[in-house]
Design a protein around this ligand. Structure first.
Ligand code: NAP
Length: 267
């Protein structure tokens, strides 16, 4: 299989690394396309045996799969300046937030589009990707794309494209929410006089341990919270402040706003 990646940024490169790591493609069959000529030399250091071009210099696109990994805001320009008519056997995989399959099909004048929403832990092979596909993509084509996605973590096929905006808000943006909470906890540690490096250690190991308890316990989240928060104790004091300030509601509203933004990006 030959793969071209339009937009060799964070996601494009982390996908590329996973495909090569699991030997799903040969390096010489990978074509990385950037916007900025200045980035080529750095990318070639990491991908010495792959083809690397700038968008303006691409004269042909003979790949079986074209992955679109530019920002949603850059897609209009890309499609208006896209000099190729893709053929019947080529497939497009978009990982852009918010841009619907129908719009991609229209702007690229090509029916075979799969839309996926990964997240940043794909870099470590620990991502999760929700994806859906246009009519006309065969089962075997879909399986070959799923195999690629699974090299970056787990993947889940969704029948209903509308849900991808929710996936974008939940797992696509999710790592940032987690970092935000971790950051608040580390800062609280510092304010209480704990050195920054120690505060980081306490918080990060707490998150890791708590994650594994969620995964390995028969108890639900409420019960797990209850186990830590004894009556009249310290955890209860923290939870009281969170609840009085509607922290859960605020977090939920933020996530719903992310979904709204994903819907707006389709334009
Ligand atoms: N980051 C995440 O966690 C995440 C999660 C899920 C989905 N996504 C989606 O993944 C996509 C990429 O995100 P990212 O975080 O990887 O962004 P990024 O690091 O900014 O990568 C996008 C790359 O596309 C390049 N580009 C823009 N226009 C181009 C063109 N016409 N031809 C070739 N390259 C072009 C940009 O070049 P310049 O360097 O010149 O700007 C940049 O290197 C977005 O659509 C986003 O919605 C991201």
């Amino acid at each position: 299989m030959k793969i071209a990646i339009l937009g060799a940024g964070n996601m494009g490169l982390s996908f590329s690394k996973s495909f090569l790591k699991y030997e799903l493609i040969k390096p010489e069959n990978l074509h990385l396309i950037t916007r900025n000529e200045a980035k080529i030399s750095k990318i070639s250091e990491e991908f010495p045996n792959s083809k690397i071009s700038t968008f303006d210099d691409v004269k042909e696109l003979d790949s079986d799969l074209i992955i679109i990994a530019v920002k949603p805001q850059d897609f209009q320009y890309l499609s208006e300046n896209f000099p190729f008519q893709l053929n019947q056997s080529q497939m497009v995989l978009s990982i852009m937030a918010g841009i619907k399959i129908e719009k991609i099909q229209k702007l690229l004048n090509h029916p075979l589009v799969v839309r996926a929403m990964p997240n940043s832990p794909t870099l470590l092979g620990m991502g999760i990707t929700g994806y859906t596909s246009a009519q006309g993509i065969s089962f075997s084509q879909l399986i070959s794309i799923e195999r690629l996605l699974n090299s970056t973590g787990r993947s889940v096929y969704l029948e209903n494209e509308e849900l991808l905006d929710g996936v974008t808000a939940l797992s696509g943006s999710g790592p940032a929410y987690f970092y935000y909470i971790v950051d608040a906890m580390i800062k609280a540690g510092i304010e209480m006089g704990i050195d920054e490096n120690l505060s980081k250690l306490f918080v990060q190991q707490t998150m890791l341990g708590a994650y594994h308890l969620i995964n390995n316990s028969d108890k639900n989240l409420e019960e797990l919270i209850h186990d830590v928060a004894s009556k009249g104790g310290t955890t209860e004091a923290a939870l009281k402040t969170f609840n009085e300030n509607n922290l859960k509601e605020i977090l939920k509203n933020g996530i719903l706003d992310a979904e709204k933004r994903a819907k707006e990006l389709n334009g």
